[in-house]
Design a protein around this ligand. Sequence first.
Ligand code: HEC
Ligand code: CU
Length: 379
Amino acid sequence: MSPYIPTLANWLMAPEASDVAGDVHGLYYFLVYVSGFFFLAIIALMVVFTLKYRRRSPKDKAQKTPTHHYGLEAAWSIPPLVIVIVVFVLGLKGFIGMSGRRANALEVKVNAWQWNWEFVYTTPEGVEVRVPELHLEVDRPVVLTLNSQDVIHSLWIPAFGVKRDAVPGRYNKIAFTPTVTSAEHGSPFPLLCTEYCGTQHSTMLSTVTVHERGMFEVWLKEASKAPLDELQKQAPELYAQYLKITTNEQFQQFMDALKADNPELHEKVDKLQRPALVGAELYTAKGCAQCHSTDGTRLTGPSLKGLWGAKRVFTDGAEAEADENYIRSAIVNPMETIVSTYQGVMPSYQGKLSDPQIDAFIAYIRSLDEAAEQDNNQP
Ligand code: HEC
Ligand SMILES: [Cu+2]
């Protein structure tokens, strides 16, 4: 049973279940109250004036209207200006609150396509887990990185007050902290696409489960383990083989064999991928290794080690941070920005790499950095 009792507040809006929902809902109510005030004031004045200045006899002539009244003009200019400035400041505050930066945030990749959502988690072992529903932990900040594989979609979670477009060819981020568990709420929170994206747009729905403190890790472990458990149970020899996989080629062979053997099991295990491994294979297969090292050595191009999150300076003096969007454009559109002290000789890979392959490069470049971090932590 739904726990909602439609008070005025949650009749208008979903319940507030994140740290940013208050800002969004507050701005919405401010707009509703301001609009309501002016609606009533205008209707009231209209009624009063209609009665007061009505034509009382057929002999009444229309009076000449004044052409100027500075007091009146100021009254309809200055208060609205103040109101829109307030709206702007409240809106900006909310917008900044959800732009993608949070310390120690859980990172979830969101893929959208006609007409599905897919949420991608990475386990501490570097295995990707792809599930059709979003899972979060209460009071733990999260950053969603959205991407679309076809047309523009838009992710909306009403209870969290968050909404952001998923655009093909770029990565959009949105950050928030859920503050209410699904159990407290009585059911998972609805999640939907709010950009008309084709005939089955209205079926592009999913849910958000907000776990209790500590239970998210348990869920993630289960979600990543479940297909492998199944594999271990149904085909112990294949499982032993799976554990020995170190290259993407082996992984692909393994998956092909599994698909031919046991399509049902394949479908489950296919939810687990190793993008950094795919990236490492592509790095040699696509010839990147000719010009880029992964150990810090300077070749024709800069080393990819230490690139993730670093500040880049270009020949024209402009700067950028090496995030997903930067790496993507450095690969598809290398002439747009030339890294300072290097020549613009990198060929464009526009149309030569698929989106999942570019994602794999990003995962690989990130993994170089994480490996380095782990090395540094060693005594
Ligand atoms: C012919 C040599 C060459 C090849 C092949 C090449 N690159 Fe580059 N790459 C460069 C050079 C030179 C730069 C620096 C100038 C610039 O920004 O375009 C660069 C810059 C980059 C950057 C930005 C690096 C930074 O430090 O900001 C990335 C990321 C990148 N390349 C990825 C790749 C990937 C992935 C491939 C393979 C698919 C690849 N490159 C293939 C020469 C190459
Ligand atoms: Cu959509």
